[in-house]
Design a protein around this ligand. Sequence first.
Ligand code: GCO
Ligand code: MG
Length: 403
Amino acid sequence: MMKITSARVILCSPGRNFVTLKIETDEGIYGIGDGTLNGREMSVVSYLSEHVIPVLIGRDPRRIEDIWQYLYRGAYWRRGPVTMRAIAAVDVALWDIKAKLANMPLFDLLGGRSRDKVLVYGHANGTDIEHTSDEVGRYKEMGYKAVRAQSGIPGVKGAYGVGRGDMYYEPADASLPTETVWNTGSYLNFTPKLFQRLRDVHGDEIHLLHDVHHRLTPIEAARLGCNLEPYRLFWMEDATPAENQEAFRLIRQHTTTPLAVGEIFNTIWDCKDLISNQLIDYIRTTIVGAGGVTHLRRIADFAALWQVRTGSHGATDLSPVTLGTAVHFDTWVPNFGIQEYMRHTPETDDVFPHDYTFRDGCLHAGEKPGHGVDIDERLAARYPYSPKQLPIARLQDGSMWNW
Ligand code: GCO
Ligand code: MG
């Protein structure tokens, strides 16, 4: 029997915080997993260190399914972002080990290539319509075939998705939450004008995406979906909060704009009704969010029954470990849609050496055994954890709203 001999949490902040799990075995093979939960990192560090690592030591790392079930059923307190991220960290490290044992890139172990390359979308953010349009142009020049566009809006302080720097947008920006102000009316009037301009300037070929970031009620989302129909979005994301999955029925009844949701979901139970009632087109749940490869595979297979495709979350808080694993997953998964790709900073890329590459608007999986992402622990130690939280949003009268 093969054995897990050690498991360690590595916390580092090469530009932003990451929680990484390294599992070592008695055969010298090790695996790397990601457990980063943006703005709540220490909860996963503690969950892993106190409750998960002690039960891993001595187990056979090849029994991925049994370890997954042990951690899920065995917690008694099922689901939730902290538990499912801790499970994901273990699961991804174990798939990395198994693929290295098999001497295969992970996509081969999952069933082999379904495609040559993985279509991605990048983030174009600008302070106003013209700036955002210029940024879309810049992404086109870099080869992107799909671009998400977010813009500053007159009357809205700190609109979602608009960075302060160049290229790298990082919302978790302060040790206490930054306060932003939201105005639904201004947003609903502004957004169709943005996309009208983007189609006028950039033509019909480029895929355009947009993230509402949970800000609208169902009927407001329905109105936005209708008003955006002439500009043929690839998708409208997180149009309304989805705690109540039925909420999407109302949006769906009113618009043919494709709907994407799921970056904050933890399990198949969060999207079961959305998928089986065909209320969405893309499921955005990703590896680290929902218990790793083992569980995301179940979600994807379930979604395929209703022609729902994948669109994995890929913001910078998903570490290169998650991105690399996602690229293998996307290379295999039959019902692939698109992969979000928000570039990491050079510091992050140095701490996490990886073999995925960006070319012609697509990510390409490497051929190394495993998921192809490692961690340089000595370099990581030079970037100590620095507490950062996500912003909050209030309405103009001061009421709390969904950030
Ligand atoms: C996206 C997301 C992110 C989230 C971030 C929170 O579509 O990429 O909405 O930008 O806000 O992942 O940590
Ligand atoms: Mg989003």
